[in-house]
Unconditional design. Structure first.
Length: 100
């Protein structure tokens, strides 16, 4: 499900706006759901809040997407970086399970 047309993505990039695929932009909700469904959902250290855990996880995802885009010569293109990073994760799991 694409939220913007290809021409709208190009126009946004020309204006200097960041654009990422919806799979990457909805990570916060996925993280919160995962934390509440885990066997030990609220195991926070002293002074740590749900917001700080989600913020840290989102920052990790952003850093991975940004570095992947740079690695594959698409520096600054979060859309490409997120899709490539997702593909690499799936491919690495398939390799580790001997599927490929």
């Amino acid at each position: 499900m694409q939220s913007m047309s290809s021409s709208a993505i190009v126009a946004a990039k020309k204006k200097g706006l960041m654009h990422g695929p919806f799979r990457a932009t909805t990570i916060g909700g996925c993280l919160v759901n995962g934390m509440t469904l885990s066997n030990d959902p609220i195991n926070f250290h002293a002074g740590e809040s749900l917001d700080s855990r989600v913020e840290a996880a989102i920052n990790e995802v952003y850093d991975e997407v940004k570095s992947t885009a740079s690695e594959f010569n698409a520096r600054g293109d979060l859309y490409a970086g997120a899709n490539i990073a997702a593909f690499l994760r799936v491919a690495n799991v398939m390799l580790s399970h001997g599927s490929v």
